[in-house]
Design a protein around this ligand. Structure first.
Ligand SMILES: Nc1ncnc2c1ncn2[C@@H]1O[C@H](COP(=O)(O)OP(=O)(O)OP(=O)(O)O)[C@@H](O)[C@H]1O
Ligand code: NI
Length: 379
């Protein structure tokens, strides 16, 4: 995050490119209905990068998959809400209509490139096809653009790679080709779910730079999901903090990082290297099939009071900063994060492990378990 980012955020005006309103996405399983995304709201403006952050299992991937309904249905379905893209509610669109939108106006990049490339065509053929689908250019020009894109995602000897088939490439190379493919159609909205996690830091930096360049060139909106809060600080204009299918806090990257307001956001930031709390937030996510009443984070929150455990997730209250909002009962009377120091009293000043009474081991184990469950179920 820097002053440029801040200036960009503040100058953002006009209609959003994407408005997600009260979105609920559920999965029917043998054990019951998983409330993966449970009534969330956020917007993305043209040229803006919105990062979705939150622990494993919070619903980030399901949120991103819900936009063009990429999840398998059944078991998944949108149970409520709307996803308005450029004036059009995608939640009400047929699979056929969504196929047209995917890859033309909305592109996805996943952590795992498997399945994103067609094994029977060369990399060059697929890229040139994608470029020509969207732009009225001759084949030679499209070829030149394909080479340029490949070198910009960090592929050495790009022109030679055009004749390769996907299986001839290493995993990291495939990932980069997939990113190039997603950008080839110059999407209005790019949805990237942990796109650079498997890549080394130099290539990662190169790809983030490429995204920023293309974003400036084409006013592309970006939804970026990552566990790496360092990357968030670098690329986000705005941040959406998710927990257990709910949005806990949202605002400019500047406000969320400098004045984290929800106790959950504070805890997430404390897990950054050099910020004290190592090994994650003590405790684990609530049961997604039968989430608790009140604030979903209450069981792990050092500031929780009786009021936090009844009713629905608290309504959004404004926190310090333009468009900075937080879903926490403690902000119903104030918009200043220091309110937590006052309400927290002694509990708040205790160390991370004492807060919930859990000690070593619990965190790591539960964290890992969430990951396995989330990934395993999707297959
Ligand atoms: N196909 C599915 N069937 C049942 N439950 C699912 C399915 N896909 C996701 N879920 C559940 O939905 C919830 C949200 O999962 P999601 O993958 O969106 O989390 P995430 O925030 O992306 O986590 P991570 O950081 O690990 O990628 C989890 O409880 C997960 O187990
Ligand atoms: Ni995910």
């Amino acid at each position: 995050m820097n002053t440029t980012t801040k200036a960009r955020t503040d100058s953002r005006r006009g209609d959003p490119l994407l408005t997600v309103d009260n979105l609920r996405t559920v999965f029917d399983t043998d054990d019951g209905q998983v409330q993966a995304v449970d009534g969330i709201d956020f917007t993305v403006h043209p040229g803006e990068t919105v990062c979705i952050v939150g622990e494993s299992g919070s619903g980030k991937t399901v949120t991103s998959e819900s936009i063009t309904q990429l999840f398998k249905s059944p078991p998944g379905s949108i149970a409520d809400g709307s996803v308005v893209f450029d004036g059009d509610d995608l939640a009400a669109r047929s699979e056929e209509e969504l196929t047209d939108i995917r890859g033309a106006r909305i592109s996805h990049i996943f952590q795992n490139p498997q399945g994103a490339l067609n094994p029977v065509y060369t990399v060059g053929w697929q890229l040139i096809e994608a470029i020509q689908l969207h732009q009225d250019v001759e084949k030679d020009d499209a070829r030149e653009e394909a080479v340029d894109l490949l070198s910009r995602v960090g592929i050495p000897e790009a022109s030679a790679r055009l004749d390769d088939y996907p299986h001839e490439l290493s995993g990291g190379m495939k990932q980069r080709v997939m990113i190039a493919m997603a950008l080839a159609c110059q999407p209005d909205l790019l949805i990237a779910d942990e796109p650079t996690t498997a890549l080394d830091v130099t290539i990662q930096a190169q790809i983030l730079r490429l995204l920023r360049d293309l974003q400036e060139e084409f006013e592309m909106g970006i939804i970026f999901i990552t566990h790496d809060l360092g990357v968030v600080a670098e690329i986000a204009d705005r941040v959406v903090v998710m927990y257990a299918g709910k949005v806990m806090e949202r605002g400019s990257v500047y406000d969320v990082f400098d004045s984290p307001s929800h106790p959950y956001t504070k805890a997430l930031l404390e897990c950054l290297p050099g910020h004290g709390s190592l090994g994650g937030i003590p405790g684990s996510l609530p049961d997604p099939i039968d989430p608790p009443e009140g604030c979903r984070f209450a069981d792990r929150c050092p500031y929780a009071i009786e009021e936090c455990r009844t009713g629905a997730q608290p309504a959004f209250e404004s926190a310090a900063g333009d468009g900075h909002e937080v879903s926490c009962v403690h902000y119903q009377t104030a918009d200043d994060p220091s309110v937590l120091e006052r309400v927290g009293g002694d509990t708040a000043s205790e160390s991370g492990t004492q807060r919930t009474g859990r000690t070593d081991g619990g965190t790591d184990e539960s964290g890992k378990q969430e990951r396995t469950t989330g990934g395993g179920r999707r297959e």
